[in-house]
Write a protein of this length. Structure first.
Length: 100
């Protein structure tokens, strides 16, 4: 009877150890899965941030190019207006301006 009780206790202890080992394995798998998921999420966040940064840089470059074009056009317009004024002024001073 005492031996049978010992066997039951040993069997119960062995089952407890096996359950504990399985629990440890399950927690380890879950931990690995969680870390892998976090790593993927972090990588995706970094990729998104890189893409946004590239888009912002592209937009800034495009805006600077457009601004430079407008500045160039404004300068050309200003030079053209000044040239017209100079021509008008010269034709008033030149007695032969009406012939030219």
């Amino acid at each position: 009877d005492h031996e049978q009780t010992n066997l039951k206790l040993e069997e119960g202890a062995r089952r407890d150890v096996e359950e504990y080992v399985e629990s440890c394995k399950r927690r380890r798998r879950l931990s690995l899965a969680f870390r892998a998921k976090e790593k993927r999420r972090h990588f995706e966040h970094q990729r998104t941030q890189r893409e946004r940064s590239i888009l912002r840089r592209n937009a800034a470059t495009r805006d600077r190019a457009v601004d430079a074009n407008f500045v160039q056009l404004a300068q050309q317009k200003e030079r053209a207006e000044q040239a017209l004024l100079n021509l008008q002024h010269r034709s008033r001073l030149n007695p032969f301006g009406s012939v030219l």
